[in-house]
Each structure stands twice: as C-alpha cells, then as structure tokens.
Write a protein that binds this ligand. Sequence first.
Ligand code: NAP
Length: 285
Amino acid sequence: MTNEAVTGKPILVLGGTGKTGRRVAEQLRAGGHAVRAASRSGDTRFDWYDESTWAAALEGAGAVYMVDMVDEPVEWNPEESVRSFCRQAAAAGVGRIVLLQARTNEDAGGKSLIGSEDEVRDSGLEWTILRPGWFTQNFDEGILLDGIRAGEVRLPAGEGKEPFIDCDDVAAVAVAALTEDGHAGRVYELSGPRLLTFGEAVAEIAAATGREIRYVALTADEYVAELVAEGVPEDYARMVADLIGQIRKGKGAYLSTGVQDALGRAPRDVSEWAKQAAATGVWDV
Ligand SMILES: NC(=O)c1ccc[n+]([C@@H]2O[C@H](COP(=O)([O-])OP(=O)(O)OC[C@H]3O[C@@H](n4cnc5c(N)ncnc54)[C@H](OP(=O)(O)O)[C@@H]3O)[C@@H](O)[C@H]2O)c1
C-alpha cells in the first residue's frame, strides 16, 4: 500500500483521551489531517468491550492508531478483540495500523504486554509496532502524579535504571508511521536518551519545581499492600509491581534507537520535559 491509500481519509485514534492518543490526535490535527479521537469518553465513542461502537468509529477511516487494553485488570483477550477489530477495520477499508505496545518481553501480572502484536502482524493491514519504555508522563499525568505532589514517590524499583521517554516523542513516531511511507513492517523500540534511576528522575522534577521530593524504595509486597489499602484491585497492583520489578532487575537499563530511526532526530531529555511540565503548575501544592 502506498501513502495515497491512507491520505485524505480520517485517522482513527484509539485511546484518544490518553497520554499518547491525545498527543497523536493533536499532532495529526496540527499537520492538517482529519482525526477521530476515540474512547469511551472521547469525541468518537469507542469501547473495546462493546463491539457495537466499532463500526461508526471505523467508517471511512484510512488508518488507525491502536491503544489496546493490555494493562487493564479485566480479562483482555487480544486473540478475540484485536483480531476481530482488525478484521472489521480491513472490511471498512482501513489500510494501515500503528500499534502501541511496550518495550518488554516479560509478562506482568501473568499477562504479556505485547500480546496484540501477532494479531496485528497477521491482519493483512500495513502495520507498524511501537514498543516504548516508561513514559515521563507517568509523573505528571499518570500513576506517579499523586506521589510527586505529596513529595514522596514510593516504588519497588530499587536502584534500577530506565530511559524514560516523553509521550510527545512516542506520538511523533506514531504520526510519522500513520502518515508517511517507509514505516510499514517496522517495530520501533522507543526510549529517551538517558538512563536514570527513579531517584534520579524524581531529582530532576525536584530541581524543576524547587520542591523537596524524595524517592523511597519499597519491596514489591510493601508496594502491593499500599496500593490495595488505597483501594487498587490486587491483580492490577501486582501487575504494576511486576512491571516496576523489571526495572529493579535492570531489564530496562538499555537505550533504544527507535526515535532516531523513525524521525531522524534524538529523543527529548527528561530535564527538558521536567522544566516544561513544572511550568504548567501541575506539581504545585
Ligand atoms: N505508562 C507507561 O509508562 C507505558 C510505557 C510503555 C507502554 N505503555 C502502554 O501504553 C498503553 C496505554 O496507553 P496510554 O498511556 O496512551 O493511555 P492511557 O493514558 O493509559 O489512557 C487509556 C486510554 O484508553 C481509553 N480506554 C480505557 N478503557 C477503554 C475501553 N474499555 N475501550 C476503549 N478505550 C478505553 C481511555 O479513555 P476512556 O477512559 O475515555 O475510555 C484513554 O484514552 C498500554 O498498552 C501500556 O502497556 C505504557
């Protein structure tokens, strides 16, 4: 398929209100593309667990950015959901799909975080797979925001290092793959430019805010117990603990070249992101 087959048609962005999907939609619109930002609460309604919402979202779309439900605690079966979605997408005339997964080959909470890849590869659609590491946006839009505001981030990450990546960069790679030729059949492993421990990442935020914020290393069991006491379902808490445990074990401590490969430029550094996020006031207390 050439780019002509997907241009001029709207691009369906799943997870369109989330950390990456919102940015993908914004960057596509800024580039003059027609966008359908879809989710349960999005402009276009789309629910992975309600197939009756899929057809209208897909109608006339040329390409899809796919955020799946792999990190949700509910039963998620990509063999059923992603396969069925891809079949419907192909029938609706979609030519290209860009799938967001994760930069890990290990299960977390008994689940594969790359479980949708085979379904997308076998879909007959032109595909690109993105495998990013941990997002910097976990600190200002995600699960670590409350800890940063409270001045203490408590995690079972030990002194493990991770090359945190900015979701603006993940979105930029997605937009390139959705709108340009040359990305089909590519798996992009995406990381930021620098390995940091959680303590070092928190120190970047402390420096950017002028606040005192510290990182406290917990055991996995302590962490799960704290989350469960806050009302988080245990299976979800265990999955997040497993994911963070991979960092503790050093599994994420390597850089990847996907941003450079896809965009021809380096990824953004954590300190630049931290200054920009601090300026929004999101961490003010
Ligand atoms: N966080 C990280 O550091 C990280 C790192 C690597 C990979 N990932 C991967 O990134 C993915 C998450 O993407 P993200 O961070 O961009 O999203 P996100 O910020 O976690 O937001 C989730 C999105 O999915 C939508 N959603 C939730 N339930 C839905 C449902 N039943 N049907 C349809 N849409 C639903 C939400 O909108 P509504 O609530 O409106 O439906 C929202 O737009 C996961 O696959 C994860 O493995 C995350």
